[in-house]
Unconditional design. Structure first.
Length: 276
């Protein structure tokens, strides 16, 4: 009680961290939705990846046709033959908001019952997101390399089925590895120990960094499968978000890892049908 009273006197407000997490998730999906709609200009949703043709049926009615103001927003990513500073910045923003949308939902249940100071939670989130920002930089360089070598379309989908097959196969195999299982174990232990604190004493930069590293090792390869499905594939994003949420919160890590691995291998086999 003494600790709680002392924290109440802190100049920073005492808040439920889940609301901060939800705000990041909302911004992530909002930005991504704008990106997806923008990317559909001229080509339709079908070019953005498998399953996206579903949205072409509602394109004109929902998004007000090609004259909508959404198509003129300067924040949206457009790939060019020669990458400019603008392209790099837009791609970085795209990856950052993808992290907000796809990774943070898995943390929400662990934030729901903990009351901490805004100051402590910001430190924790800064450490966690710092790791994922480095991952974003890696993702951008992979994106740049693939695009400049003709392996990634302007709609940000891998153009060679064999490359998609190799990527999905490697990620599928990784799901069965000891490295994956160990990283999940470390991640879950960190989340559990943090969630048990009553005043957020373990919410600090170091704890956020450790959790970020374990999550990046665990879920980073799954994030990279977006190259195979399409970086603007809204359906794939939603599917992967659900899979990572289940892996983190609902089932035994080893069982869920293997299930996700089998799903990745099934998609890899399916992609072979397009190999000429």
């Amino acid at each position: 009680m003494a600790q709680v009273k002392n924290q109440m006197k802190n100049e920073f407000p005492v808040i439920e961290p889940i609301w901060i997490g939800l705000a990041f998730v909302f911004l992530g999906w909002l930005y991504t939705t704008v990106q997806v709609v923008f990317a559909s200009v001229g080509t339709g949703f079908n070019a953005l990846g498998p399953g996206m043709q579903f949205f072409d049926t509602f394109r004109e009615k929902i998004f007000f046709g090609p004259e909508s103001i959404i198509f003129y927003l300067p924040i949206c990513t457009t790939l060019e033959a020669g990458w400019s500073v603008k392209t790099w910045l837009e791609s970085f923003l795209m990856w950052v908001f993808m992290i907000f949308a796809m990774m943070l939902p898995s943390l929400l249940p662990f934030l729901n019952s903990t009351i901490i100071s805004f100051k402590n939670f910001c430190r924790f989130m800064l450490g966690y997101l710092a790791v994922w920002m480095l991952f974003c930089v890696v993702g951008i360089f992979i994106q740049w390399f693939l695009h400049t070598n003709g392996l990634l379309s302007n709609e940000m989908v891998i153009t060679h089925s064999l490359l998609a097959f190799l990527l999905l196969t490697l990620v599928g195999i990784y799901q069965f590895s000891k490295i994956k299982l160990r990283s999940c174990s470390v991640r879950n232990q960190l989340l559990a120990s943090t969630a048990k604190t009553s005043v957020g004493v373990r919410f600090n930069f170091q704890a956020g960094t450790k959790l970020g590293i374990s999550c990046a090792v665990s879920c980073g390869p799954l994030m990279l499968t977006m190259f195979a499905f399409g970086l603007m594939n809204f359906i794939a994003m939603l599917f992967l978000t659900i899979m990572m949420f289940v892996e983190t919160n609902l089932f035994n890590s080893e069982v869920s890892n293997k299930f996700i691995g089998l799903v990745a291998l099934a998609f890899a086999a399916f992609s072979l049908k397009n190999v000429v």
